[in-house]
Design a protein around this ligand. Structure first.
Ligand SMILES: [Zn+2]
Length: 265
């Protein structure tokens, strides 16, 4: 589920605190037609104190196109279990299983996908954003699971203001700004893909980290069971149904970006 911490950090981080310290490296925008420029970024500011300026990248800004890559982020992990969906099912395990399945489904469609974590490790939201931004993917998909809803919810970032861009730098806390329109278009394509398989789906905008910090097109997907039985979340059949629909939706997103026209089915 989407933890209070994830919400709280999203709201509480001061937007204009030491702006120059929060600037992150942005590649000067090469982009294919119809795409949002993608941006390599340096390390995020310290997630706790933010009193020390983030060190500038030691490498000069480089004009880099996004890779034909989807980065899948199984939320939570390690000491951070996420929701206890029932006494034996932890959210971190459901998200990892779903992520691996989605990677496999995308691969079957000829789409290269990577996982932000492929084991039970603890990662902060800043860690996740830094890792993904360094990869310059076309699309970032964060996966959550919950027992308190029915079906699938698909989120895009909510930003209170447009990100500041100074030359090759973009503000860490609003790095998603330049991709937000494309993220919302992708969100709607994924909603349509879930609707096609008859699973309830909702589309929402929230200040959920690390969406705000992503320079790529970015969505978060929260999967709930469709019945009162939470164990549906670990059923291979249900996971495959959801993953297959998401893979179709993602193929459509990439096709609409002109990056993977052969993958849509
Ligand atoms: Zn979660």
């Amino acid at each position: 589920m989407l933890s209070n911490r994830e919400y709280a950090v999203g709201w509480s981080r001061p937007f204009r605190q030491a702006t120059s310290a929060l600037l992150v490296l942005l590649a000067i925008g090469f982009s294919a037609p119809g795409q949002t420029p993608q941006s390599p970024v340096n390390q995020p500011p310290s997630s706790s104190t933010q009193t020390t300026p983030a060190p500038p990248s030691s490498t000069p800004p480089m004009a880099m196109p996004p890779k034909q890559l989807v980065m899948i982020d199984p939320a939570h992990g390690g000491s951070e279990s996420g929701a206890m969906l029932n006494p034996v099912i932890l959210e971190k395990d459901v998200t990892l299983a779903l992520a691996r399945r989605l990677r496999m489904d995308l691969s079957a469609d000829g789409i290269v996908a990577g996982l932000v974590r492929d084991s039970d490790v603890t990662l902060s939201t800043d860690d996740r954003a830094a890792e993904v931004n360094a990869e310059h993917p076309l699309l970032y998909v964060c996966l959550h699971a919950t027992s308190v809803a029915s079906g699938v919810r698909i989120y895009s970032a909510m930003l209170n203001e447009v990100g500041e861009i100074r030359g090759p730098f973009v503000d860490w806390s609003t790095a998603q700004s330049s991709s937000l329109a494309n993220s919302r278009a992708a969100q709607q394509q994924l909603v349509s893909a879930i609707q096609k398989i008859g699973i309830p789906v909702r589309s929402l905008q929230i200040p959920l980290l690390p969406l705000n910090n992503m320079t790529s097109i970015a969505v978060a997907i929260e999967v709930a069971p469709t019945t009162a039985d939470v164990s549906q979340l670990v059923s291979p059949e249900y996971q495959q149904t959801v993953s297959g629909a998401l893979a179709n939706g993602i193929a459509g997103v990439l096709a609409s970006l002109g990056q993977n026209s052969g993958a849509s089915r």
